[in-house]
Write a protein that binds this ligand. Structure first.
Ligand code: ADP
Ligand code: MG
Length: 807
């Protein structure tokens, strides 16, 4: 490993005289001025030296230092992506999220002025890449699919893996593959002059680069250099809460409201976990501070530095580096739902003695589902006299940097992707973020000047419950998709694949077993013809298998629609969100007119959507997707049917995409895409149910309350949602059940219907003996100390005959 010259500093950068090959880019003076400020720009020379001299380079810099926007431009200016230059292949930049892919491509295009047309992006259903594109932003999923089409990635001269610290499955797999592709390209280049080596740049916002940099499994010959671009981070005072409240949404609203009234001017960034929370806080803030506010703007508020806040509310820690606080816990408190007395002076930060009080707020939401145009509004300056308040998910944690933020309010929670190994479909769960994430969030307050971070959790909770770093996603993700893809690439031993953090061997074997159940792998581990066919679809192997069967049984159009409806998580707005009842109080007594109305239209929509099949959730999803094609205003229709418009659109697009893949893969199997499908016959419905069962072949549950009457059940359940089922997994493992004679509710062996299943409306005695489920979920506990039941969803009944046919 060649050490980097130590004498390189900012002074040697500007001229660029050391560049062997340069492509001029003319930028506006404004853009130039902002670029000069970025820490990454100060390290251009170092970064490019490292890239020239090494196959793999790691760039580390905190959020906002300019990695995403600048590094691709450095490569471009050095001639990468120039068809006439020494490295003619294009520059690929991966992002974990679509939001950032599109907005970063736009931003880089703007920065590049006359070279704007050389920047493009490609995401699943959209793209702007042309023959002229030199810098291509894409989601990591897009690049992963390209690897399976051309393992050498011949059309690229450089690949930048951005946001590597997030450690998504796709990122990890890509880094593993690229560590080999880089060697392959080097070997190819030795014998074939037309082949150029591939440069790999891994970019990360946290210091946890060791998994890549010091990983000899990944990089055998030389370990890659790490170039640091340290930002000029201003100090951020971190204020922990004394108590950690369960109702954090309400709490954050109160804090932001009081903060706005008391704090000197400066933008606020609030971290929440999702869209619903964001809108609820936005609404409350807009009500609290109407834009036609009568509050006298310009009123001077005196803040005295002598009146320091009482110690018991917040612990203020002044830190130079946001990840270095030594928090002191003041109590070993429990999470509490109790309200505590508000302390008047919590926002007395004792800095400015006098400031112009802002009367108005400029509230903007920021989350991945938000249309890009609205997302980009966070970069505009707020109307004069108003305070910018951004309500964001963790999109704002590392991918997007917002100017002018001085105060951060951190709930400490995030919805994180949890794969249920069973389905290949991700679900989201709210949980504590990591200490590294909390530091990133606090750091957002210190970009433009000294800032403050208000944490809605105590230092005790932080110390006890926050992990150092987020676990790499691959540690608990289902692996059948990954294993199939690696096998399709001809990998003999999956265990030897250079995973940055290897998943355990047992999970890999489990994935292989499932793949052979699905007919994708033969007994010796080779990919079968079926396996090849189903890996061509951008779907989990389970859903791919369903599509494959649909083709064989000549109900292609229907099975495509079925799979598209199943692939999109949460097509339906859950019943619980309508206040129609929850698992403890089904259809609550609260006889409010509005609830009555809601219930009526919910029942009407349910009746419409379950008319094809009254017993299967999978078919209900299919019916919903097919029915949407008949609506004149899809969005309004979706809302009236309690469907999520954005999810429905996604499913429709997937349906269209799968149709076109099927048309190229098996010409003649299906005609051109027709959104409307005639109602399936009874025979077809039966076949579709069988297809669902084939995809979830290992996820069968059997009624647990039939005779011989299990001794632990005191009485037969009356409600369908209380009927216990036993999964195949448990019935083969008798030790897993409880034998203490307790009520079935407490038994860990049983699983139950999800209340939003169509089957939940069936009389308990009529429930089927066998059902197929896509996933098992346990909702967050609403009553402390009580563990909610594990529930199955979505469901499709199967007969014993069908089961033996499957086996
Ligand atoms: P990093 O990838 O290191 O987190 P970025 O390259 O994303 O940093 O951002 C660098 C700077 O560019 C930030 O300070 C940010 O404010 C600014 N920036 C990024 N996108 C935009 C945009 N669309 N409009 C205005 N400024 C932007
Ligand atoms: Mg970035």
């Amino acid at each position: 490993q060649e050490p980097l010259p130590a004498d390189m500093n900012t002074a040697t950068i500007a001229g660029g005289s050391r560049k062997a090959y340069a492509v001029p880019v003319s930028r506006t003076p404004e853009i130039q001025a902002t670029r000069i400020e970025l820490p990454v720009v100060a390290e251009e020379q170092k970064i490019m030296e490292a890239v020239h001299n090494h196959d793999v380079t790691i760039v580390w810099g905190s959020t906002g230092s300019g990695k995403t926007t600048q590094v691709p431009q450095f490569l471009f200016e050095a001639g990468y992506g120039d068809p006439k230059g020494p490295s003619p292949g294009i520059i690929g930049v991966t992002q974990p999220r679509r939001v950032a892919t599109v907005s970063m491509a736009k931003r880089v295009g703007e920065e590049m002025g006359d070279m704007k047309h050389r920047v493009g992006y490609k995401i699943r259903f959209d793209g702007t890449v042309t023959a002229n594109t030199a810098i291509k932003f894409m989601t990591d999923g897009v690049l992963l699919r390209e690897v399976s089409q051309d393992f050498s990635l011949a059309k690229y001269s450089a690949i930048i893996i951005d946001e590597a610290h997030e450690r998504g499955v796709n990122t990890d797999i890509l880094i593993g593959m690229l560590s080999r592709i880089v060697n392959l390209r080097k070997d190819m280049a030795k014998t074939d002059e037309s082949v150029k080596p591939l440069k790999l740049i891994i970019m990360s916002a946290t210091l946890r680069t060791a998994d890549f940099a010091a990983n000899s499994r990944l990089f055998r010959e030389t370990l890659p250099p790490v170039v640091k671009a340290e930002g000029r981070q201003h100090p951020v005072s971190v204020h922990f809460s004394r108590k950690t409240k369960v109702g954090y949404v309400e709490e954050v609203f109160k804090k932001v409201k009081r903060g706005h009234e008391k704090l000197p001017p400066g933008g606020m960034l609030v971290f929440l976990t999702g869209q619903d929370e964001i809108w609820s806080v936005a609404k409350q803030l807009k009500q609290a501070f109407p834009s036609t506010s009568a509050q006298g703007s310009g009123a001077k508020v005196a803040v005295s530095a002598e009146e320091t806040p009482p110690e018991d509310e917040d612990i203020a820690l002044n830190t130079e580096q946001s990840n270095q606080w030594d928090a002191e816990s003041d109590s070993d408190e429990e999470i509490t739902g109790l309200d505590e007395d508000e302390v008047e002076d919590e926002f007395d930060i004792g800095e400015e003695k006098e400031f112009e009080k802002l009367s108005k707020v400029h509230v903007l939401p920021l989350y991945s589902q938000l249309p890009t145009k609205q997302q980009l509004r966070v970069f505009d300056s707020p109307p004069p006299g108003s305070r910018l308040i951004i309500l964001a998910t963790n999109v704002a944690e590392t991918s997007i940097t917002i100017p002018g933020i001085r105060y951060v309010f951190d709930t400490g929670r995030a919805k994180s992707k949890k794969y249920d190994r069973e389905t290949g479909i991700q679900t989201f769960e709210v949980g504590w973020i990591s200490k590294a994430s909390a530091a990133q969030r606090a750091g957002r307050a210190g970009r433009t000047g000294p800032g403050h971070c208000y944490r809605l959790f105590s230092s005790a909770i932080y110390e006890a419950d926050f992990k150092e770093f987020q676990d790499p996603e691959i540690i608990d993700a289902p692996l059948e998709g990954v294993v199939l893809q690696l096998r399709s690439l001809g990998l003999k031993s999956i265990v030897d694949f250079p995973f940055p953090s290897p998943p355990d061997v047992k999970s890999l074997l489990k994935a292989e077993r499932l793949l052979s159940y699905l007919g994708a792998l033969s007994t010796d581990g080779a990919v079968t013809v079926t396996g090849r066919a189903l890996s061509a679809f951008p779907l989990s192997p389970r859903l791919g298998r369903m599509l494959y069967l649909g083709k064989n049984h000549k109900i292609v159009a229907l099975s495509i629609a079925l799979v598209a409806a199943l692939a999109v998580p949460e097509l339906f707005i859950p019943q619980s969100q309508l206040n129609l009842g929850d698992e403890e109080h089904e259809f609550d007594e609260e006889d409010d007119d509005r609830i009555d109305e809601l219930r009526k239209s919910y029942n009407a929509s349910h009746a419409t959507l379950s008319r094809w099949d009254r017993t299967s959730d999978a078919i209900k999803l299919l019916t919903a997707l097919c029915a949407s094609a008949h609506a004149t205003d899809t969005e309004a229709w979706a809302t009236s049917m309690f469907l999520r418009p954005k999810a429905l659109k996604e499913a429709s697009m997937l349906r269209e995409q799968l149709t076109s893949i099927m048309r190229t893969q098996s010409p003649g199997a299906i005609g051109s895409y027709a959104p409307r499908i005639p109602q399936p016959t009874d025979k077809e419905i039966k076949m579709l149910r069988q297809i669902v069962a084939a995809g979830y072949i290992d996820q069968v549950a059997q009624r647990g309350d039939l005779s011989p009457h299990p001794p632990e059940l005191h009485r037969r359940p009356k409600r369908a949602i209380d009927v216990p089922y036993v999964t195949l997994l448990h019935s083969t493992d008798s030790s897993a059940g409880s034998s203490n004679g307790a009520d079935a509710n407490d038994s860990s062996k049983y699983v139950y219907l999800h209340p939003s299943s169509v089957l939940a409306r069936t009389a308990a005695k009529n429930l089927p003996q066998y059902i197929i489920y896509s996933r098992l979920q346990r909702s967050a506990s609403s009553v402390p100390g009580k563990i909610p039941k594990v529930r199955m969803h979505p469901l499709t009944p199967v007969s014993g005959v069908q089961l033996t046919a499957l086996a």
